[in-house]
Design a protein. Structure first.
Length: 248
């Protein structure tokens, strides 16, 4: 497979996307599995990419280790772990395509609404909501991450209105999803995805993932918070449309 130019091109693009996402451009990483699935099965693509996600997480966590929000992690993580378990045990019996489409619709609507609210540089007052709501979004993030490496939209929908400093936002995202991705390992092992062949391919892709993550860190630290959040909402709309398109 590593000698197939078509696969290598798809894998390189997917891993660069992962690296940029883990370096701070939260959300675009969910494009990686569909990109690699152009050259192999979606199941194998997800399994190959999980170790690269974990490796990139390490760079993101180290780079933003001083900038993260403990409260958000503590609220979302328990629900995320429950969501991972649900994704493992019951996803095969659920209409995953329908769930992804619904998530895409919510992401598009939310992203467009926030762009309208913040048009012309208007920065709204930070908003928080009940920890119970945060836990439910954590559950959604864990579930969608388990079934499709697509956990970013629930995180974005709950956390972006809180208007954290953008490096704190990225650090919180990095730490939460580093834990989530490690928690997904037992499920992928049980489902037979982490074979020697897949892990060999993953190992060959990890250096590119690490370099791309460092590039993402370098870029995101040069953004102002207002620019970062505008980009985050634009990405939410684009990724939401991708979720909707991919569900058909």
């Amino acid at each position: 497979m590593l000698s197939d130019p078509h696969f290598l091109l798809a894998a390189a693009i997917a891993v660069i996307v992962i690296g940029l996402a883990k370096g701070g451009f939260a959300g675009i990483g969910m494009l990686a599995t569909p990109i690699l699935a152009l050259a192999t099965s979606p199941v194998q693509a997800a399994a190959i990419l999980l170790p690269t996600l974990i490796a990139s997480d390490a760079v993101g966590v180290w780079s933003f280790r001083h900038d993260w929000n403990r409260r958000i992690i503590m609220i979302m993580l328990p629900g995320a772990l429950v969501g991972i378990a649900l994704g493992w045990f019951v996803a095969a019996a659920l209409p995953v395509a329908g769930i992804m489409a619904a998530l895409g619709l919510v992401s598009v609507a939310f992203g467009l609404w926030r762009l309208w609210v913040e048009r012309g540089g208007n920065v709204p007052v930070p908003r928080t909501s009940s920890p119970i709501i945060g836990a439910l979004f954590g559950l959604a993030a864990g579930f969608t991450s388990q079934v499709a490496h697509a956990g970013a939209p629930p995180f974005q929908i709950w956390v972006t209105p809180q208007r954290l400093p953008h490096t704190e936002y990225v650090g919180t995202f990095s730490i939460l999803f580093a834990i989530i991705n490690w928690a997904k390992v037992p499920a992928y092992m049980a489902l037979g995805g982490l074979t020697r062949a897949n892990l060999t391919i993953s190992a060959a892709l990890i250096p590119l993932a690490l370099l791309s993550t460092l590039m993402g860190v370098w870029l995101v630290k040069r953004f102002h918070s207002a620019q970062f959040y505008t980009l985050a909402y634009i990405l939410m709309v684009g990724l939401g449309l991708k979720l909707i398109a991919g569900s058909f």
